[in-house]
Design a protein around this ligand. Structure first.
Ligand code: DGY
Length: 323
């Protein structure tokens, strides 16, 4: 129940939200923050009476949390573009709107995919680690040989906003850019010269494969042992989308066995745990889910999450409804 003494709608920010969003919400709502370490049990305690929940990719929103919030809940605003942490059907059944934060993190995420592409192709993590460990004893023409990207074939799986921005960023390097997408993208083909192919063709031909599709039952395990074997031994695999797209045990083995050249990952199944086999795998750059982590993107995401909450609570259509 909301506080009887406080007539404002209660908004539960499951973990934390940046000031750009908090300040907007606090103008008209009672805002409660779970904090970064809020456990699922703690969220169940905080949820009763919430009219809105602001979640993020680490917060599972399903029947239990929705039931705990109760009948006043009208919107789940995800502080992310991906919304695989939210049970959309459970929200639909209860007439609860679900929103996300698309667009404002496109540049940040595509830029991080580019950074990972360069870092993985040029084996930057292991080169830096060796320097820091004092193992650099002099310039060695045989050490840390990587993949030159000028003229390379880029393969983009998923040509939504982020995939398309990545295509633009790699265009000055790319010899060709192939893409996989359910729908053809004539405008991107016209403007960027990208070529639609099927996944098998892309994997067989691309020097760099970058994943930009959402997590869903259809995309789970999209890249497994067979797909990794289909890639070139020098190919670089990049994932800034969601961990479950890749079978991490198969990827670690492909790296160990030299079936692919390198990988650059920002996301993992079961975050924040990172699969041990990946921590030990060679030629693998690992980042802690920082795709949207620019000050500009995160502030804009926070504002958008707040705008979505306020729109629903104010009785209007939210700018970014996904359900
Ligand atoms: C998203 O928005 O889905 C990102 O993964 C958050 O950084």
């Amino acid at each position: 129940m909301s506080d009887a003494a406080d007539p404002r709608p209660k908004v539960l920010v499951a973990r934390v939200l940046l000031p750009a969003g908090m300040e907007r919400l606090a103008e008209t709502c009672e805002v409660i923050e779970g904090g970064l370490s809020a456990s699922p049990e703690r969220l169940l305690e905080l949820a009763p009476g919430a009219a809105a929940i602001v979640a993020d990719p680490t917060v599972a929103v399903g029947d239990q949390l929705l039931d705990a919030a109760g009948s006043e809940l009208r919107v789940v605003a995800n502080f992310a573009v991906g919304h695989d942490n939210v049970d959309l059907e459970a929200c639909r059944r209860r007439g609860i709107a679900v929103t996300n934060t698309p667009g404002v993190l496109t540049n940040a995420t595509a830029e991080l995919a580019l950074a990972l592409t360069l870092a993985a192709a040029r084996r930057m993590s292991e080169a830096e680690a060796s320097l820091r460990a004092g193992a650099w004893v002099g310039w060695d023409p045989r050490e840390h040989l990587g993949l030159e990207l000028s003229g390379a074939s880029f393969g983009i799986v998923g040509m939504g906003r982020i995939g398309r921005r990545y295509a633009e960023l790699v265009a000055p390097l790319a010899g060709e850019t192939l893409y996989v997408s359910r729908a053809r993208k004539p405008e991107a083909e016209r403007e960027l010269g990208v070529i639609q192919v099927d996944l098998a063709k892309l994997l067989g031909r691309a020097d760099v494969v970058s994943l930009h599709v959402p997590a869903s039952p259809e995309t789970a395990g999209l890249i497994g042992a067979d797909e990794l074997r289909a890639m070139s031994p020098h190919a670089v695999l990049i994932n800034t989308a969601r961990g479950p797209l890749i079978d991490s045990a198969a990827l670690a083995e492909a790296l160990r066995e030299g079936e692919i050249g390198a990988a650059g990952l920002d996301v993992y199944e079961g975050e924040p745990a990172v699969p041990a086999e990946l921590l030990e795998a060679p030629r693998c750059v690992l980042l802690p889910h920082i795709g949207s982590a620019t000050a500009r993107a995160r502030a804009a995401m926070a504002r958008l999450a707040a705008d979505n909450v306020l729109a629903v609570l104010g009785g209007s259509e939210p700018p970014n409804r996904v359900a």
